[in-house]
Design a protein around this ligand. Structure first.
Ligand SMILES: [Zn+2]
Length: 181
């Protein structure tokens, strides 16, 4: 039934019961998907349920993506800054020499797909699963909150050389800046 499910949540189908009811990969308990509110697919790329995507990403992580491969995925999405509070992808591409073994290994793992060969290069983007794995992995490089606050202080003190760290920590003027670190 193509397009009839537009707008509904699409889970990854995990298990079909004898009576035909389908369970989602993200369900923690044994229950069927409520088909009036959601639907399912067996194609990982078509899943739009964020919890199911995490399950898919975990599956990819289970295929032992190396830390170097995860670094490439984060770089593709622009989420390789350890001072980012929340990893929000803002780009999605990688330009590599034809036959780059690292990129082809990532494609093999289902984390990237080739979308162009213009200019004699191979242009790659993340699959949904690769994207989910990259976002998930940002937690492994993210600096702790205290370090992120200190870095904000260094940024602010560039323009305010008289400001001390303890003033920065207590001054209500910087409350928002501290929160957003
Ligand atoms: Zn789901």
């Amino acid at each position: 039934m193509p397009f009839q499910d537009r707008g509904r949540k699409r889970h990854l189908a995990k298990q079909v019961r004898a009576d035909g009811a389908v369970m989602a990969a993200c369900f923690k308990t044994q229950r069927p998907i409520d088909m009036t509110r959601a639907t399912w697919t067996t194609d990982p790329a078509a899943v739009n349920c964020s919890m199911c995507r995490k399950v898919i990403a975990a599956g990819i992580a289970g295929k032992n993506l190396t830390s170097e491969q995860l670094r490439i995925l984060r770089h593709m999405l622009g989420i390789d800054d350890p001072y980012m509070r929340e990893p929000r992808p803002w780009r999605d591409y990688y330009c590599a020499n034809p036959g780059d073994p690292e990129m082809h290994a990532l494609a093999e793992a289902g984390a990237v797909m080739l979308y162009d060969t213009r200019g004699g290069y191979e242009w790659w983007r993340c699959t949904e699963a690769g994207r989910a794995a990259a976002i998930e992995s940002h937690g492994t490089i993210r600096h702790p909150k205290a370090s992120r606050i200190y870095r904000k202080f260094l940024e602010v003190s560039d323009c305010r050389p008289d400001l001390t760290f303890s003033q920065f920590l207590t001054d209500p003027d910087f409350r928002r800046t501290r929160q957003e670190a």
